[in-house]
Design a protein around this ligand. Structure first.
Ligand code: ATP
Ligand code: MG
Length: 394
């Protein structure tokens, strides 16, 4: 039986031009994610997108997986195309195709839509006849028009009739690409991949920046970040990853700056470098995985000192979340197992014994000036490595 996917669009409170842009981007993102699977006809009619595979060998399970990760979709469902556009064929398709769902449900109703007004039965008749046939075949079922376990939907369109059952929850959010571009500062930890996912969900296209300090951090630590970003890219789409050589800067911090400011100065320098990459890439904000009070560098005063280093808005989508809430999302997006692989991060290489939790900005700036970092920042920016992260799974 030929199956298609039907998609309902989210947050349509957006009006006018915004809405056209929203729907246009969503169509583009769906096309892009499905392209490797084969050829589809994808159409948007009145905020329902129909995705029709154009050859029989296409893997519809995989197509559904991919659609389930596209932001901007509230619900989606699989639907069967009835072999003929007749009431008999509709009834037969509904009773066969939905048999698993019908066996599981206790109550149901049938809803019909007829956009082809030449079809000889009106919507209430289609619903009544299909419902009666379902009741004859599945005699444990009862009709409940108000709160049924299962809604069987029949759609009679210009060329074909379709039958579908339960709608599945989509990824929500708004389409990636409608919210501008931002730099995600990505480590190999649990938090920053979740932060990346959350901002992509709000429509932001990502550029990743990772700081590496070889030989203190290994090639495998960097590969772990690539692996994490590949998982994120299943939601956010392709992105560039810049690896910044950070060893000289970190060694200089250790040599020239007071120990209790190590972490804070390091974080400020990360922000400065990330900002310069952001400006070059036309990114309008920086994103981090920080959460208030999680560690010494994430107190209100410490975050204030970090923010002062960059002249772009800093988004911290995890700021008010507990660790467990963050971990739950990392399971959902399948980054958790990779994040806990034990590779060192440059943040953990030189950690002070007694970091300041209540730093004073003027003191931090004075301490930072002792390092004379500007030429080192320039040098690091001239030696960036670029890796292209795409959704191809390997
Ligand atoms: P994460 O789990 O994301 O590493 P964390 O709670 O361990 O976060 P920190 O290690 O203090 O916190 O880092 C705070 C934030 O700084 C991270 O969420 C990330 O955005 C950024 N960051 C830390 N290390 C790096 C790195 N090596 N490269 C790029 N960004 C980093
Ligand atoms: Mg970390």
């Amino acid at each position: 039986m030929k199956e298609i996917i039907l998609v309902k669009i989210g947050e349509i409170v957006l009006k006018g031009l915004n809405r056209r842009q929203f729907e246009g981007k969503l169509m583009k993102n769906i096309k892009k994610t499905l392209k490797p699977l084969g050829s589809f006809s994808i159409k948007n009619v009145q905020s329902t997108i129909s995705i029709v595979p154009e050859d029989d060998s296409i893997d519809l399970d995989e197509a559904c997986e991919r659609v389930s990760r596209v932001f901007g979709i509230v619900t989606y469902s699989r639907a069967a195309q009835c072999p003929e556009k007749t009431l008999e064929s509709i009834i037969e398709t509904a009773t066969e195709y939905l048999s698993d769902q019908l066996k599981e449900a206790k109550t149901f109703k049938v809803e019909s839509r007829r956009s082809d007004k030449r079809f000889p039965y009106k919507s209430p008749e289609i619903s009544r006849e299909t419902g009666a046939a379902i009741l004859r075949k599945y005699n444990h079922l009862k009709v409940d028009v108000h709160n049924p376990d299962l809604v069987v939907t029949v759609e009679v369109r210009d060329y074909n009739a379709y039958v579908r059952g339960k709608a599945l929850k989509g990824a929500g959010g708004i389409p990636v690409g409608t919210g501008g571009k931002a730099v995600i500062l990505i480590s190999g930890g649990i938090d920053s991949p979740v932060a990346a996912y959350m901002m992509a969900k709000r429509g932001v296209r990502l550029v990743a920046v990772h700081f590496a300090s070889p030989p203190y951090t290994s090639e495998r630590a960097e590969q772990k970040v690539v692996k994490l970003l590949k998982k994120v890219s299943l939601y956010s789409g392709d992105m560039e990853m810049y690896t910044v050589p950070f060893t000289e800067i970190q060694e200089t911090i250790r040599k020239k700056c007071p120990e209790d400011y190590f972490t804070l100065i390091m974080r400020r320098l990360m922000m400065k470098i990330a900002e310069r990459i952001a400006r070059k890439e036309d990114c309008k904000a920086l994103i981090t995985g920080e959460s208030l009070g999680q560690v010494a560098s994430q107190t209100i005063s410490a975050l204030g000192c970090t923010d002062e280093a960059a002249n772009l808005p800093v988004f911290r989508p995890l700021i008010g979340m507990d660790k467990q809430e963050i971990v739950d999302i990392s399971y959902k997006i399948d980054t958790y197992e990779t994040s806990i692989e034990p590779y060192e991060d440059c943040c953990t290489v030189f950690t002070p014994k007694h970091p300041r939790t209540n730093p004073i900005l003027e003191r931090v700036i004075e301490a930072e000036e002792l390092g004379g970092f500007e030429p080192m920042i320039e040098k690091a920016l001239n030696n960036l490595k670029v890796t292209y992260i795409n959704t191809k799974e390997d």
